[in-house]
Design a protein around this ligand. Structure first.
Ligand SMILES: [Zn+2]
Ligand SMILES: [Zn+2]
Length: 204
């Protein structure tokens, strides 16, 4: 059975998610933000076996512990191909703007729209959702959708940072509207919701 554990990291309360199989303990680590120790403690306390790091997008609050998690567990990083240039650029990934400094090594796996990625415990699907940033993606694991900073419970992502585009995010949200309304949404900040609730409540 697929389970989700949320670890809130950093000073802007970013949600890192550990998605794992409760039997085999294999896990995907989505958006390891700041506070690597806190994330590693959560992984260890559930005795998880991480097999991949995935970034919904490359803002510093979502990527800051990528390299620490990758090197500790010797696992690859997957991110949308249009987002790669932000990883090693503290201006583009927003870290300098917030008085931080985040630089991440090149990813091993480049993702694109509609791609299906097979892990040992699940196959997840990639939905390209540009707007908050150029290569923002949502990740569908069964009936769980990880939306990064594209869609929150009651609001949508800002588009005023580097690579943001307010017209694109509207198109991306229209695409998400076509998904099953009962799908559980796990956003990059704040509490979980569903496709139906979040898109009805979000003003845009
Ligand atoms: Zn962001
Ligand atoms: Zn964020």
């Amino acid at each position: 059975m697929i389970k989700v554990k949320k670890v809130i990291t950093g000073f802007i309360d970013e949600n890192c998610y550990l998605v794992y199989d409760s039997d085999t303990k294999y896990a995907a680590i989505i958006d390891p933000g700041q506070e690597a120790d806190k994330i590693i403690n959560a992984i260890e306390s559930e005795s998880l076996k991480p097999e991949i790091v995935i970034n919904t997008h490359a803002h510093y609050d979502h990527i800051s512990s990528d390299d620490e998690i990758r090197s500790k567990y010797k696992i690859p990083l997957a991110i949308h191909k249009d987002e790669v240039e932000m990883l090693a650029d503290p201006e583009k990934n927003g870290s300098l703007l917030f008085g931080q400094y985040a630089v991440v090594k090149d990813p091993e796996i480049l993702l694109e729209d509609n791609q299906e990625v097979k892990l040992s415990f699940v196959t997840f699907k990639v939905f390209s959702s540009p707007g908050h940033s150029k290569g923002s993606i949502c990740l569908l694991f069964g009936s769980y959708l990880f939306t990064g900073d594209t869609l929150f419970a009651g609001s949508i992502g800002r588009t005023d940072l580097w690579g943001g585009n307010s017209e694109e995010i509207i198109k991306s949200l229209e695409k998400l509207k076509k998904l099953d309304p009962s799908i559980t949404v796990y956003p990059g900040h704040g509490s979980m919701t569903t496709i139906a609730k979040s898109l009805n409540n979000a003003r845009y």
